[in-house]
Design a protein around this ligand. Sequence first.
Ligand code: GTR
Length: 409
Amino acid sequence: LILGALTLAKGGIAQDMSELPPALGPKVYKGVSLPEVRSYHEWHNLRAPLLKSIFQTEVYGRLPTPNSLNLISKTTVDEAAFGGLGRLEEAVLTSDAHKVRLHVAYVVPKTPGPHPVVIVTAFCGNGSTFSDNRLSLPAGGLPEFCARFKNMPPSATDDPDPYLIAPPVEALLKRGYAVASFSTADIVIDDKATAIIPLHLLNPTAPPNERLGAIAAWGWGYSKVIDFLETDPRFDPKRQAIYGHSRNGKAAISAAAFDKRIDLVFAHQSGRGGASLSRSPVGEQVSNITGGFPHWFAPNYARYGDDPNRLPVDQHELIGLIAPRPLLLGAGVDDQWADPEGAWQAAIAATPVYQLSGHKGLTQTTRETPNLSADIAYFLRPGRHGTTLSDWGRFMDFMDAHFKTPRKP
Ligand code: GTR
């Protein structure tokens, strides 16, 4: 697994990724100069705080100002949901300062707890996550594309659409997992024309070029759900997993980098601004994503559009901030826009951080054969952008492997 020897191809041109700064190498940023990292202690105490600051300044924007949301209500929606396997509830949390009203829907297995939990982001509302239209709609209603999914039955085949908006909740409950769901629209609606004011309200103190981006704002949503779950003894605070697909996969992976309470992450097809290296020449480029979605990142990120090699950090260092926690990365062969190769390279380049902490990081030797009990697992499956039932199967196996023996002391 030697990175310098690997190349990426774009239109027949091979690009040498040796320009990628090693995760543990010396670093200079705005006059601060740090030597090579030689111990996990140095990583944790010196390097990680600097990286968290650089990722906010240059990529994701300044995180929301610290704030706990107030619990407004908690209701039982269905005592015996999913054929009696779980109890479906809904909580409403608000913050006046942040102008946020967050609906968290969750189903808790009927078996004795405390239960491991997986937190998912709902593209089409919590009602679609749990197939229950009594649950509240997200702020602004459902996005237009959700009409396409209406009445789409869960499919036993590997169709990448149905599971995009609804995880296999029954299967998760049968394996003992609680499932919690929130809509990113409750934090900030995904609309470049209207997002800037709510993003500013989440952190009014951020300098203009470091304005919070929607990706990190959505990531903060996972953390707010965790604040709430941790007040309820039915959930195990040592086994909290998060899942996000595509733009929500970017949110998930950034959330885990900034919030240590997240114990395990499945960032599926997260692409640019997610697990894939910003320097990678495959698929969506920094210039594409910051041009198409200017509200997703700090305005500073767009400055690297013409030459991402100038970025003082890259996504292998973001993954390093997750170490030693388990991370699953899924990719699709026909989903080159999300740059499967860039995520593979990032996983390789983040592995020394896992090794420094006494873990192994990525251990598989081919992209197609994930080792689901390794700290970092990656899979490249046939097919396009979307989440299939077998993607979920791998995620559940990954959680089973890692949550058997909780890692936290
Ligand atoms: C695309 C965007 C990607 C990815 C995707 C999605 O339009 O270019 O970065 O986030 O949307 O979220 O499905």
